[in-house]
Design a protein around this ligand. Structure first.
Ligand code: SAH
Length: 366
């Protein structure tokens, strides 16, 4: 239910939409498929456009239901093509989503622009990681399934309307604001909706969900096979992890690694370990040794992410030379570490930074 007392159809997974159509509306079952395609394939934002549904049925639908997407509060485009949206949800809460252009296409005639979209799953976050802007905001609320996928629909519509080359969203990463596995049911519903062959038909092989490591959620998520798993490691020993990620570290590192050893993986599938590189904090020789011990136990690849400085934190980004030294030391230990270039730095594209900047500007206005 929304504030209007109407059911927002974007929040209903297919089975729930079918139930609503049959039980609440008294319609035939096939109407659910029509609505589903209007919502997820044709990006409809009202019933008026649904010309294959009779006018009287549309009027009855509008009495009990609506289709509400987030609205765009701010858009920033970086010099590297990264586009960041600040979206307003129906209760006025703000979340961020970012479109990141993939690297140049392999074939010379391929003019298509492919994007990776990073989506949020919660307004704020309860995990309070010490380096993260969203962590400083605290937890406000979970996002619904419609709000999570609304980010994709709004970004698609925006690109369709504004970009002549019509870029496609090729990959999705759940790495925006919030901890996905603490909003597990909406996240799982969103993954099932993405996969639905008569809807968005998005392959699970193009989706990655990133977690700081939540014991209960990880098991259920792993069994579902609905997306790849990425784990924010950021520290190779328990005391350092407690400093950087105090709440996530409640689940001891050793238990997290054991759970990852037992994590169900398909052939050739690997877990992604994300490692934020913070100058002088987690990039020393001892950390290389500890990381090597962890990686030896797992089928994993290590992504190094240079820290994107956040105002108010004591941390610094590594210099390119420091980063290279750390990467080389890891390679020398036989670890496949890949540096992930930070994009969109000129538009505050790290987790929670745009909303933080927006809140700060509002505070200044007051
Ligand atoms: N809660 C989930 C997903 C959201 S954060 C998780 O922890 O994985 C997505 C990624 O962005 C995480 O790896 C997080 O540690 C990283 N991140 C947060 N703040 C950052 C910053 N200032 N610079 C670079 N990466 C950051």
């Amino acid at each position: 239910m929304t504030v209007s007392g109407k059911v927002n159809l974007c929040d209903l997974p297919y089975s729930a939409l079918e139930r609503f159509v049959v039980e609440e509306m008294g319609f035939k079952k096939f109407r659910a498929l029509q609505l589903w395609q209007w919502i997820w394939v044709k990006n409809a934002s009202g019933f008026e456009v649904m010309t294959d549904i009779s006018q009287s049925d549309r009027a009855r639908l509008a009495e009990l239901a609506d289709i509400r997407w987030p609205s765009i509060a701010d858009v920033r485009v970086s010099s590297d093509g990264t586009t960041k949206f600040l979206l307003s949800l129906t209760d006025g809460e703000l979340v961020e989503t970012v479109l990141i252009p993939s690297d140049a296409p392999k074939r010379p005639n391929d003019l298509s622009v492919r994007m990776t979209q990073c989506v949020s799953t919660q307004v704020g976050c309860a995990m309070a990681c010490s380096f993260c802007s969203t962590g400083r905001l605290g937890f406000r609320r979970n996002m619904t399934m419609g709000e999570i996928l609304g980010q994709v629909q709004v970004a698609r519509a925006y690109m369709h309307d504004t970009q002549p080359e019509r870029p496609v969203i090729r990959n999705l990463v759940y790495m925006g604001m919030g901890e996905p596995l603490l909003n597990l049911s909406a996240v799982m519903d969103s993954l099932r909706t993405l996969e639905h062959p008569k809807g968005l038909a998005f392959s699970p092989r193009r989706i990655t969900v990133s977690t700081c490591g939540i014991e209960a959620g990880m098991r259920e998520f792993g069994d579902s096979g609905l997306a790849f798993l990425a784990v924010s490691l950021h520290a190779p020993n328990q005391p350092l992890r407690e400093k950087l990620m105090p709440r996530a570290a409640h689940w001891p590192l050793e238990s997290l690694i054991s759970a990852l050893e037992a994590y169900p993986l398909k052939t050739r599938e690997r877990i992604t370990l994300e490692y934020l590189v913070i100058a002088g904090v987690n990039d020393q020789a001892e950390h290389v040794k500890q990381l090597a011990r962890i990686c030896a136990r797992l089928k994993a690849k290590l992504n190094l992410i240079p820290y994107n400085p956040t105002p108010g934190t004591p941390y610094q980004a590594p210099t390119p030379e420091e980063l290279l030294r750390f990467e080389k030391a890891l390679w020398a230990k036989g670890i496949t570490a890949i540096v992930r270039k930070s994009k969109g730095q000129d538009i505050e594209a790290a987790c929670g930074q745009l909303r933080a900047a927006h809140d700060a500007a509002l505070a200044e206005e007051r």
